[in-house]
Design a protein. Sequence first.
Length: 104
Amino acid sequence: MKIGNPLDLIRTGTSTSGLTSPDADKANAASTVPTATPDGSATVKLSGGMDSLKTGLGGDETFDAKRVEKLKAAIADGTFKVNAEIVADRLISGNVEALSRSKP
């Protein structure tokens, strides 16, 4: 069973049985999907989440270009190995820390 928007079925000419009909093919050729045009009045407001991320870094903004180049070379050579245990541990500890900061 395919789950989706019935309008998608109409636009593609697909019936509920998954087959297309000649009439649907003609309708598809004649129909166009309207596109949105930006009018410049849209505004975007970002939350303060980025500020909390910046403060959570502890102000340590060091960047090791040599290490980045070594990593790029190892990835390009195919010699870079991912330690799944370390990745999982750091993901878990990062989420635990984020959850502890979000509790009142």
